[in-house]
Design a protein around this ligand. Sequence first.
Ligand code: PLP
Ligand SMILES: N[C@@H](CCOP(=O)(O)O)C(=O)O
Length: 431
Amino acid sequence: MKYFSLNNKEHKSNFENAVVNGLAPDKGLYFPESIEQLPVSFFENLEKLSKPEITFEAIKSFVGNEIPDSALIDIIEKTIDFDFPVVEIENKISTLELFHGPTLAFKDVGARFMAGSLGYFIKKGNLGNITVLVATSGDTGGAVANGFLGVKGIDVVILYPKAKVSDIQEKQLTTLGENITALEVDGNFDDCQAMVKKAFLDKEVTSSRRLTSANSINVARWLPQMFYYFFAYRQLSSKNEKLVFSVPSGNFGNICAGMMARKMGLPIDHFVAANNSNDVVTNYLKSGEYLPKPSVQTISNAMDVGDPSNFVRILKIFNEDLSNLKEGFSAYSFDDKVTKQAIHKVYEENGYVMDPHGAVGYLGLQKFLEEHTGYYGTFLGTAHPVKFLDTVERTIGEKVEIPDSIQDLMHRQKKSLQISNYEDLKGYLLS
Ligand SMILES: Cc1ncc(COP(=O)(O)O)c(C=O)c1O
Ligand SMILES: N[C@@H](CCOP(=O)(O)O)C(=O)O
């Protein structure tokens, strides 16, 4: 499979180089040259296929022959060895729980797949050491730390915004040690993301370290997020209504991966981007103007993104045509107050505990279903409520059971380096 840079389609790459470099040399995001439709029979038989079989078919064309089938199957099996249940919450509304992986957030899938692919390429070639740079607003960091822990030839450097992630998220990304280093940035997620992008442009840095990214800008982190939609459809295919998915969105990698699955033929009728108060895309759909702005802090902190990096990929999928985009896509924003009300209401009425990100997804779905008929809706439960313990317990007025793995984590010692600006990051990378 060939990929091209969204800054200049003449800049092409194979899968391996796209993974190893993260971004194109012109710093554009890579996008596949073609998106192969899967046969109708594949979707008709989905219920009979195993998760690894589905996943293999979904990703194979994007990897091409660059990873042999046996190694790809091995990577896949390690990536998706947990459950992805669809749980019915109320009439016409279900949630796809994506938090049964090791770090209790949906990022585990992409992080593990990328770690497996990059690990394969490092073992196969003479690539030397690679530094994986990651910016996180909460969950990517923990998932990448877990997925890449101990992978030979890889150092991981995670930038996260000081005091803007939950306690559990911070422990997940600062306590593993070994090849994982956490940098605590005096700023917000956008500052972290901007510093990472700047490092990629800095010749002094790139000539001393080989850098790649494990954010969703990297195709090996982004594309595996398609798998969820296939797994969900397998559980929803008996519904005789149009299907809508509401995706709590920040950097828009997850929803954009769902749109890729639809391009491959998965029968999804509509996508809702559910946003917190960081409403750049909601505003774009209203005004046609894309106006990034500094992110604001919310209780769904992993979605506090003011300039979503995958927006350019979404535009590409819809051929940069706003009216085309609006046909298959809606976006709504909700503030913290209504988010907490939704967590409270769903718990009171249905006994189901949502985390703040899932709650934004629920609200987006509810709004869409109020305005449209004939749909069955699923919102993505992108993180376990325990990751946002304070907010959730205060909102529902009850204790949430903490899994053993998290209890252990809370006793571990946080280790991070404080940085304030790009020069500090550069100093660290050159040291
Ligand atoms: C729990 C949770 N929900 C939603 C999102 C937003 O996902 P995306 O950045 O793919 O839009 C994130 C972070 O990415 C997250 O960690
Ligand atoms: N919400 C993310 C922000 C980064 O998103 P990514 O999917 O591009 O890695 C986080 O939790 O860090």
